[in-house]
Design a protein around this ligand. Structure first.
Ligand code: ATP
Ligand code: MG
Length: 444
């Protein structure tokens, strides 16, 4: 892709409404455009990143056996009246009337709708467990939308739901998601820590928020530092190993402020291991038993002939919020350098040829390199403007490809000036460059 033909409306100055680095970068790099308070359009650069995040989230859901569906954004109020949440949800719910004067709403979450889908067809314990997810826009009329897409009104969420026959089976489902989330965030190159959390309007009693550390985060957390050294590698999707995995994390004190208890914290965590800081919630898992299945009559036949309400859990990932969260974690604000993890980078590499009206030879060389990249599934953006070196570098540092190639006027045989964004230049042959990029892509 040529920069001149791309739709990346880069801004020179930091817009004053942007208070945190992710919001600033997303506006400066032309990733999003606000259309009204807390509602954004996603432009190509931002959209590419979000779609890649979505795909990783999807793959990791599929990997633990969750089935993808797609529920609508607009729901009927009827099912929310059945569960009793129509009143409870309050002003965050966007309520709409259709032309027949029926009460509709733009879904803030989908427990009711998925329970309605489930109860219509699943009648026997033999069909359990059922694990379903969808990735869909949500609307919550947040009182104070802020920080760009981090706390907005319309946002993109992966939400999954589990249906089980007993508490024990439901905990197994819960733990599958626990593992899946650890894997998902790891692939996004994030350290997201599961913290015991309050359940809020979703309800229930077992819950973890997955939180990444950031000064600008809105969640206050209290934790034992040693939890950051844990690793989820190699865990099988089996009851025993998943129990062990969750225990391994739960051994360390890690809670959000609603769950915080000073006495307990000081008793369980020695002073040198205590960490009180802020973080961004990127995922949230809940177990709530029959909170929805009971009022909505979602029951199945049990082996002995009796019936019981299914035990449910729900599992959310803020797909659009993750774009901002990753920037908060990775953007070097001082040097104005963004470097996306290659798994979600909008482009793998930026090619920066130094050209002017008289001399286009560097662009020719860029085109030749790009041809080889295309054959190797490497996606590049070529800066084909005739701006000066420093303004080209500034722009490419905002776009954030993990690698950069600089093609100067002096072309040094078949060597290429190649660098990992933010690091030193190396002179390498094209084959070596391709090898390095491909190796990183495979690892992710
Ligand atoms: P928060 O405490 O941040 O308001 P929540 O607990 O209300 O979030 P959940 O119902 O747990 O949110 O939603 C699942 C995920 O959706 C959250 O972990 C978060 O990543 C994302 N999310 C929730 N609200 C918003 C929002 N207003 N803007 C962007 N993402 C959001
Ligand atoms: Mg939450």
């Amino acid at each position: 892709m040529y920069l001149t033909k791309s739709f990346i409306p880069i801004l020179k100055n930091i817009p004053s409404e942007a208070k945190i680095k992710s919001h600033q970068l997303m506006l400066r790099a032309g990733m999003i455009k606000q259309s009204s308070a807390g509602i954004y359009s996603w432009l190509p650069l931002g959209f590419k990143v979000m779609k890649k995040i979505e795909q990783i989230v999807r793959e990791e859901q599929n990997r633990i056996g969750v089935q993808e569906i797609l529920m609508p954004t607009i729901q009927s109020s009827e099912i929310w009246k059945e569960s009793g949440r129509y009143e409870d949800y309050g002003e965050e719910m966007l309520r709409i009337k259709d032309r027949q004067n029926r009460e509709m709403l733009y879904g803030p979450t989908n427990e009711e709708l998925v329970t309605d889908i489930f109860r219509a067809s699943v009648k026997s314990y033999k069909s359990l467990p059922q694990l379903l997810y969808h990735i869909q826009w949500k609307f919550r009329d947040e009182i104070r939308p802020r920080f760009g897409i981090m706390r907005c009104r319309e946002f993109y969420m992966k939400d999954a739901y589990s249906f089980d026959i007993s508490d024990e089976e439901a905990f197994f489902s819960y733990n599958k998601f626990f593992l899946s989330y650890l894997r998902t965030f790891k692939r996004l190159d994030l350290t997201a820590i599961p913290m015991a959390a309050d359940t809020g309007p979703i309800g229930g009693n077992l819950s973890h928020e997955f939180i990444i550390l950031a000064d600008t985060g809105e969640s206050k957390i209290f934790t034992d530092k040693r939890i950051f050294d844990l690793n989820s590698d190699g865990t099988k999707v089996e009851k025993k190993s998943l129990d062990e995995l969750r225990n391994k994390y739960e051994k360390f004190y890690a809670v959000t402020d609603e769950k915080f208890n000073k006495e307990e914290f000081e008793k369980k965590v020695t002073e040198e291991n205590r960490l009180i800081t802020k973080g961004i919630e990127v995922g949230h898992i809940f177990y709530f038993g029959d909170k929805y299945s009971k009022p909505m009559g979602a029951s199945v036949d049990l082996p002995g002939g009796k019936k019981d309400f299914v035990k449910m859990g729900s599992y959310g990932v803020g797909v659009s919020r993750l774009v901002g969260a990753i920037i908060e974690a990775k953007y070097d604000e001082k040097n104005e350098i963004m470097k996306w993890p290659i798994s979600i980078a909008p482009y793998d590499v930026s090619i920066i040829p130094m050209i002017n009206k008289k001399d286009q030879s560097a662009l020719e060389k860029a085109n030749n390199i790009n041809k080889e990249f295309l054959l190797n599934n490497i996606e590049a953006i070529i800066d084909d403007t005739d701006e000066n070196f420093s303004s080209k570098m500034k722009k490419m540092n905002l776009i954030g490809s993990p690698f950069q190639i600089i093609i100067g006027k002096q072309i040094d045989g078949d060597l290429i000036e190649f660098k990992e964004t933010g690091k030193e230049i190396k002179k390498l042959k094209l084959e070596e460059v391709i090898k390095i990029i491909k190796k990183q892509k495979v690892q992710n």
